[in-house]
Design a protein around this ligand. Structure first.
Ligand code: SAH
Ligand code: SF4
Length: 381
């Protein structure tokens, strides 16, 4: 059985037609799923019992179980979820930060995972440490957004309850109006390589983008890739205007080869050509992500090739100080070294930003909470 949230409106319309159900029933179902975000068929009170039974026979209605949550109000919050087969994935909720991934966001950015583990094995990354386990299904990607919004609704209702000293009117009622969406920016920068799970990821994005679904504008959705050149070309042919971020982290093959095995398969020449193609087809600015890792890629020798590449691609460069990962030797450069790198890029007329955050912030490094939890569960603290 597949999950109901892996299906588009058109697919559901076709199914409802075979059941001789009127079209408006699909609209009702979609409202329950994406506006009220209910977690059981029984909650869909305006659907006839017989229809609910047919749905339950044909589809699952899965939710993500929260295992752990880190963070404090108004800062980054990290969620660790259990999938139905016991696998663990992460999502990270980040309060609005207009400078980071394109257009201004007045609410929140959610960073979602697209795979369990990652096969690409970049040497600095926690997600790739234990290899790749499986792809996420479209509904598992969609549900990360819904589960966070559900969690937020519950937290808000608890807060109101505490403030007024009265219990909420009905515990099963959605605790905030459905048109108040929490997540209005989505980045595929959690665990996994989104373009290696192409079709399910695209389907999830279409559901999250649709007005009947997640309602997140395509321009507010950013796919991040470590450099899968053929899939970048494929993405260029899709009708949606999704944003693209390329995890560059090094501007020469000599550097990238050292810690990004994907570069051996798709070296910079091929990657750059694919990005140029994307730019031509889409007319959209690409973002180049560049993690700064001390003594690995923070040398000023990278400035020449990096600025050449950025200027050629009309790309913006996001500099991200490395978050240390337990068990890996890499360190973030000193603040002076970070600023020096930024200033050198700016001198070359490159548009660049440096993420300035305090201490070992939890924002950037997805995969770490899962790794920590799995190690603790295995008794290896
Ligand atoms: N696989 C895709 C998307 C997931 S990784 C990709 O590589 O782009 C999302 C981003 O987080 C990438 O830019 C990745 O390089 C970065 N990242 C991974 N580990 C990190 C760490 N420890 N500190 C800072 N950024 C990290
Ligand atoms: Fe995979 Fe991205 Fe991590 Fe590389 S940086 S191992 S591609 S998740």
């Amino acid at each position: 059985m597949t999950d109901i949230k892996a299906h588009t409106r058109d697919e559901l319309l076709a199914r409802f037609q075979t059941w001789e159900q009127p079209t408006y029933r699909v609209a009702q179902l979609l409202q329950w799923l994406y506006t009220r975000r209910v977690t059981s068929w029984d909650a869909m009170s305006n659907l006839p019992q017989a229809l609910r039974e047919s749905l339950a026979k044909e589809f699952t209605l899965g939710t993500l179980a929260l295992v752990r949550q880190q963070g404090t109000p108004d800062t980054t919050r990290k969620f660790l979820w259990h999938l139905s087969d016991g696998a663990l994935i992460e999502s990270v909720l980040i309060p609005a930060n207009p400078a980071l991934y394109g257009e201004a966001s007045d609410r929140h950015t959610l960073c979602v995972s697209t795979q369990v583990g990652c096969a690409y094995g970049c040497k600095f990354c926690a997600s790739g440490l234990d290899g790749w386990k499986r792809h996420l299904t479209p509904d598992e990607i969609v549900e990360q957004v819904l589960a966070v919004e559900r969690w937020h609704g519950e937290a808000e209702s608890e807060k109101r309850k505490a403030e007024s000293g009265k219990p909420a009117a009905s515990p099963s009622a959605p605790s905030f109006p459905g048109d108040t969406r929490l997540v209005n920016n989505l980045v595929l920068m959690g665990m996994g390589e989104p373009l290696a799970n192409y079709d399910p990821v695209l389907k999830a994005l279409r559901i999250l983008n649709a007005p009947w679904g997640g309602g997140i504008g395509a321009r507010k959705i950013t796919l991040s890739t470590s450099g899968l050149a053929p899939q970048i070309r494929r993405l260029a042919e899709e009708p949606e205007q999704f944003r693209l971020a390329v995890s560059l982290h090094g501007a020469t093959d000599a550097i990238r080869d050292q810690f990004m095995p994907v570069n051996r398969k798709h070296p910079l020449r091929e990657l750059t050509a694919a990005c140029e193609h994307y730019l031509q087809r889409k007319g959209r600015m690409i973002t180049l992500e560049y993690i700064l890792i001390a003594d690995l890629n923070d040398g000023l020798d990278q400035i020449g090739p990096l600025s050449q590449l950025a200027l050629r691609l009309h790309a913006k460069v996001n500099l991200i100080p490395y978050n240390t990962v337990a068990g890996l030797p890499w360190q973030r450069p000193t603040e002076e070294a970070q600023e020096r790198f930024l200033a050198a890029l700016e001198k070359m007329k490159v548009t660049a930003t440096l993420r300035r955050e305090k201490g070992g912030d939890i924002a950037a490094a997805c995969g770490q909470l899962r790794l920590k939890t799995e190690r603790e569960l295995a008794g290896d603290k």
